[in-house]
Design a protein around this ligand. Structure first.
Ligand SMILES: Cc1cc2nc3c(=O)[nH]c(=O)nc-3n(C[C@H](O)[C@H](O)[C@H](O)COP(=O)(O)OP(=O)(O)OC[C@H]3O[C@@H](n4cnc5c(N)ncnc54)[C@H](O)[C@@H]3O)c2cc1C
Length: 491
């Protein structure tokens, strides 16, 4: 996933040209077409002031209104393309606040979005005029070292979980960018550097406490509300608001990890070599390719993590290093936290667009097309191909809602524009890469969908959609939670 969109490039360009942010409208969000039109929530025009006051009086957390000092920062999300102005932001303190807020939006028929750390590429975590359930203040965390279980509230981000779990020598499956929220990440699937060995974040979920659309707080696990537990693991935020996660953690202190950086001319050889190696790659290895500008030249970066010691990694590394000669090679034994916390991730606050596809193979014409498009990579853009295999692919298709269980590559192109004049070039590069992927795609990861994907949302869930729609009817028949890759309740 994105690891290096250069903050310096963004800041430099933004400073030169001044940043103007485009405004996305809810019309483009793929909202359910048959849903009632929700009233705007602008002060007293929509919901009566008295109802808002009564609601606010019972909250343990904070109600942030457009006139409040913290409103401007509270409404911002990672992707500044979504410059939306909610009528109310409820910074919840606990599950009771979430229940109270869900009851309020249901009773007042108010549009609601759910925000963890605000890293939705599609801007789903903020809405115009409606109400944002902001979970970013809910950060309780308990690491049970003996049981190897982590209890985490939904406001936590990857970096905080890394720090807390590494102290006693444990690790969770987390993404490569420290600021990504645990909520959207896990509910969409959640792939990270340990996925080959331990699966997705959702595969390590033991249970979740969920506030349903009717306001009830329930637990979903293999023993309780099993159908909800199935749906939460890959069905995104469609089924309720998760107020607490319990994860299985793994003992890890050191890994063999780093990156191989290649001139773009070597990309075809590396991709072919990796494609052939991938068919029998051991679970211990998790790799991803990033095509990006490195020191003003397009380059291919092979990010590699091996969960094991240097001796057992040696033959694997020998094979990987034989694909082509890199211009830089940082792969070495390293404390896991040092490796995983090294990447600050791309900077927030700039508009960007993304398009993705899942590929079960890397055919020759794709390798050529990707290499030639990578030669034109804009300064604040990258193309990623992350290998999913091993423990991810051994989970039976029917065991969870996550649909991409065959081995393959989760691919996406992302580009930002720090100045409006750069938007067209960035969006066109993303689109051309997508067109190259499209003929070979056999799905798409819901967490890399953008806000204009229409029918692709349904296709992204693949054969899981029918069961998800039936469960949506059971748990959220009015589609209260619709600002997400939305599943329409079955008729
Ligand atoms: C810089 C960057 C790096 C990324 N790296 C990775 C990566 O390495 N691996 C990977 O798999 N993905 C990665 N992603 C994608 C990421 O998993 C999704 O964008 C995810 O939705 C982010 O979660 P969030 O809670 O921060 O987002 P938010 O924008 O806060 O939430 C997104 C949506 O998730 C739902 N949601 C969030 N929390 C809850 C909750 N507690 N209960 C119910 N619904 C909830 C809501 O529908 C919400 O609209 C990355 C994204 C970015 C921007």
């Amino acid at each position: 996933m994105p690891k290096r969109m250069s903050r310096r490039d963004f800041v430099k360009l933004a400073g030169r040209a001044g940043v103007t942010i485009s405004v996305g409208g809810l019309g483009s969000l793929g909202c359910a077409p048959r849903q009632p039109i929700v009233p705007a929530l602008r002060g007293t025009d929509g919901v009566a002031e008295r109802a808002i006051r009564e609601f606010a009086a019972g909250l343990h957390g904070t109600l942030i209104r457009p006139s409040a000092p913290g409103y401007e920062s509270a409404r911002r999300i990672w992707n500044a393309r979504f410059d939306r102005r909610p009528g109310l932001i409820v910074r919840c303190a606990d599950s009771a606040d979430v229940q109270r807020t869900v009851d309020f939006v249901r009773a007042e028929n108010v549009l609601v979005s759910v925000r963890g750390a605000g890293h939705s590429f599609a801007g789903h975590s903020v809405c115009d005029d409606g109400l944002v359930i902001d979970l970013s203040g809910m950060k309780a965390l308990r690491v049970d070292r003996n049981q190897k279980i982590v209890h985490a509230e939904p406001g936590l981000v990857s970096r905080e979980l890394d720090v807390a779990t590494q102290a006693p020598g444990l690790a969770l499956v987390l993404g490569g960018c420290g600021s990504v929220g645990i909520g959207g990440f896990t509910l969409g699937g959640g792939e990270g550097a340990l996925s080959g060995k331990f699966g997705l974040s959702c595969d390590n979920l033991i249970s979740a406490d969920v506030v349903l659309a009717d306001g009830r707080l329930v637990t979903a696990s293999a023993a309780q509300n099993q159908d909800l537990f199935w749906a939460l693991r890959g069905g995104g935020g469609n089924f309720g608001v998760v107020t607490s996660f319990r994860f299985r953690a793994h003992p890890i202190t050191e890994v063999v990890a780093g990156r191989l950086v290649y001139d773009l001319s070597k990309a075809p050889a590396v991709m072919r070599g990796y494609r052939d190696f991938a068919r029998s790659a051991p679970d211990e290895i998790t790799c991803g390719f990033t095509f990006a500008d490195v020191q003003h030249a397009p380059a291919l970066i092979l990010n590699l993590v091996y969960v094991g010691d240097a001796a057992s990694a040696a033959p694997i590394l020998h094979t990987v290093r034989s694909f082509a000669k890199p211009k830089a090679d940082t792969i070495a034994p390293v404390p896991y936290h040092q490796f995983h916390l090294a990447s600050p991730g791309p900077p927030p606050g700039f508009p960007s667009t993304v398009r993705g596809a899942f590929l079960s193979d890397l055919p020759e014409d794709l390798i050529e097309a990707v290499t030639s498009l990578a030669a034109e990579v804009p300064p604040a853009a990258e193309f990623e191909m992350n290998h999913l295999h091993g423990a991810v692919s051994r989970v039976p298709f029917s065991a969870s809602a996550f649909p991409l269980r065959q081995p393959g590559f989760d691919c996406f192109a992302i580009a930002g524009w720090p100045a409006p004049g750069l938007q067209d070039a960035a969006a066109s590069w993303v689109q051309r890469l997508f067109e190259a992927l499209r003929p070979h795609a056999s799905g798409v990861y819901i967490n890399v969908l953008n806000d204009e994907e229409g029918e692709r949302v349904r296709a992204a869930y693949g054969p899981q959609y029918a069961r998800l729609a039936t469960l949506k009817r059971k748990y959220d028949p009015a589609n209260l939670f619709r600002l997400n890759p939305n599943i329409l309740p079955a008729r």
